[in-house]
Structures are given as structure tokens and as C-alpha cells.
Design a protein around this ligand. Structure first.
Ligand code: RIB
Ligand code: CA
Length: 307
């Protein structure tokens, strides 16, 4: 337990950007639990990757396996971005053994012992684990200070033209979180596009220490995105961590957000009403703008604080 830092649960599917987000969270928060789901790559790989990152960071944080598939439908990987192993081919030393149990149970056990509104949840994967935890014990939402979710877009998706990957993989789970009795911060593709990893940004990251070297290698393995004319790629998941630890570098707006859970072309689309055009309550805090230089400076500082 690290005094003065925000207690956190990180749910992830490492995944190159998840790995960087874990480094940032482990350096900047009191991470009490890391839960893992199948996502960018299958669960056996995301679990090994999460253990490896936690081990490299030298933090005694339990890593617990969760859902290997969404609530409905089947798992679909995103190896084009993350590689078949999930870390772009970067091999890390094996991490500590997995903590036995199931993610949803571990989340509930941690929250049962937590004070009201005391623990921040960071949702970086298809949000199946958090949805399962809260669906079976809804009162535990009151122990969460908030959930910062990387998902969705008010513009085009990155899995389908309509839907962002995490939302597309488990729209029912995302809808359940958006309806939970907990303050939600939503970090969409429109926000993360402002955290563009270009060769110049990568070159400016620190080189000293195993974690900094691993982060540079992992980021260096991600292909530049055609969405940005191959000038670089958006760094998604660390933005959801930063929205909790450094909100001052963001611009936020309250918005109404609904998820399309149909089975048509818009499945997984986040219908985001930023201007009060619908009758739905603007209960979601949308991250709209990011001070990218400050964000990258914070990431560099966090990596330098790790082994
Ligand atoms: O669409 C980006 C999100 O999907 C990120 O969380 C990435 O890691 C993948 O899980
Ligand atoms: Ca992720």
C-alpha cells in the first residue's frame, strides 16, 4: 500500500498500449489489483504480458485472470497492431505467478473491504471483468471513486467504421458500466488521437532502466497508423490512466453516452451526445482535449521512476 497515491484496479488486455499504461499506473498510483481479459491477443498471452510488466516494474501487485471472451459472442484479437504475442515481439522476463482466482471475484473482494468512493478503476480492455463484478454485486459500485474507461468514439471507430475495439468486443459490458452508480470518465479515440507517438516523441522518452527500455522497445514495435498518414500512432490506454492522475492536462465535457448493442453494422458504436440534443442524462465525463506535451513529459517521468 503506497500512501498518498490513488488506490486503483487496472483491468487490461496487454497489448502494447496496455503495457505502457500499466507502467504509468504502477509508477503513479497505488495499484492494488491488475485484472486481465482476452482482448488484443488471447487471454493466455495477455495474462503472461501483464505478469511480465508487473514483474519488471517490481511492484508486488496481484495479477488475476478474467474473461477470455465477451459476455456475448466470441473473442477477436487485434494482432495487426500488437503482434501475435501482444507486445510487438518484445520478449520480457517472465513475471510473478498469476494470483489464483477469477477477476470478477477479486474485484468484488477488494471493493468489499474498501471505503466508499475510495478506489479508482481503470478500464483498458473489453470491459467484461468489471461488468461481471458490478452486475453480481451492484452495491460495490459505491466503493469506486470512478471508472476511467478507454473505449468508444464520437467519430469513426477503429475496429469497424462505427465502433472502437473495446466497445465493439463487449458492448453489453460497456453499457452496463455506463449505467452503473459510479462516476465515469470516457477516453475515446478522438482524445487518444491527440497522444500521437511519432518518431520524435519516441526518441525523447528515457533510455535508462529496464522499464524505460521495455517501453521504448514496445512502442518502437507498433506500426504507424494509416489514420495519421503513417506519421505515428495514437497511444490509447495511458490516456485513461492520465485522466485520473493528472486531470488538469485534459479538457472535459459532460455528455450523454449510449452504446449500440444491436447486431447491425453499428454494433458497439458509442452514441455520444455532447450538446444535449437527446433526452438522455449527460452523466459521463468525456475527455475532449489533451495537453500532449505535458502528457508525454509525465509518461517520461513515470518511466524514469521505475526500475
Ligand atoms: O481501441 C483501442 C483499445 O483497444 C485499447 O485499449 C487497445 O489496447 C485495445 O484494447
Ligand atoms: Ca487495451
Amino acid at each position: 500500500m503506497e500512501t498518498g497515491l490513488i488506490p486503483a484496479i487496472v483491468d487490461c488486455d496487454p497489448g502494447t498500449d496496455d503495457a505502457i499504461a500499466l507502467f504509468l499506473a504502477l509508477a503513479s498510483m497505488d495499484v492494488r489489483l491488475v485484472t486481465v481479459s482476452g482482448g488484443n491477443v488471447p487471454l493466455d498471452r495477455t495474462l503472461a504480458n501483464a505478469r511480465a510488466v508487473v514483474g519488471l516494474a517490481g511492484k508486488p501487485v496481484p495479477v488475476v485472470a478474467g474473461a477470455d471472451r465477451p459476455l456475448l459472442g466470441h473473442h477477436r484479437a487485434e494482432t495487426a497492431v500488437h503482434g501475435a504475442d501482444g507486445l510487438g515481439g518484445v520478449v520480457l522476463p517472465d513475471g510473478p505467478p498469476v494470483t489464483p482466482g477469477v477477476a470478477a471475484d477479486a474485484i468484488r473482494a477488494l471493493l468489499r473491504d474498501a471505503a466508499p468512493r475510495s478506489v479508482a478503476a481503470i478500464a483498458l480492455a473489453p470491459p467484461t471483468n468489471l461488468a461481471l463484478a458490478l452486475a453480481t454485486e451492484p452495491a460495490l459500485a459505491g466503493r469506486l471513486s470512478g471508472i476511467s474507461i478507454m473505449a468508444g468514439a464520437w467519430g469513426e471507430g477503429n475496429w469497424t467504421p462505427s465502433a472502437e475495439y473495446n466497445a465493439a468486443m463487449d458492448p453489453e459490458a460497456l453499457a452496463m458500466l455506463l449505467e452503473a452508480d459510479v462516476p465515469i470518465t470516457l477516453v475515446t479515440l478522438d482524445l487518444t488521437a491527440q497522444a500521437l507517438i511519432t518518431p520524435a516523441v519516441l526518441a525523447a522518452l528515457p533510455r535508462d532502466g529496464a522499464c524505460a527500455r521495455a517501453a521504448r522497445a514496445i512502442l518502437g514495435a507498433v506500426p504507424p497508423s494509416r489514420r495519421f498518414d503513417h506519421a505515428g500512432f495514437a497511444l490509447h490506454d495511458p490516456c485513461a490512466v492520465a485522466a485520473v492522475i493528472a486531470p488538469a492536462m485534459f479538457g472535459f465535457r459532460q455528455a450523454a453516452v449510449r452504446v449500440d448493442t444491436g447486431d447491425g453494422a453499428a454494433r458497439g458504436r458509442t452514441h455520444i451526445d455532447r450538446w444535449g440534443r437527446t433526452a438522455h442524462a449527460a452523466k459521463i465525463r468525456m475527455a475532449e482535449t489533451l495537453d500532449a506535451p505535458r502528457f508525454f513529459a509525465m509518461l517520461a517521468d513515470a518511466l524514469q521512476r521505475l526500475p
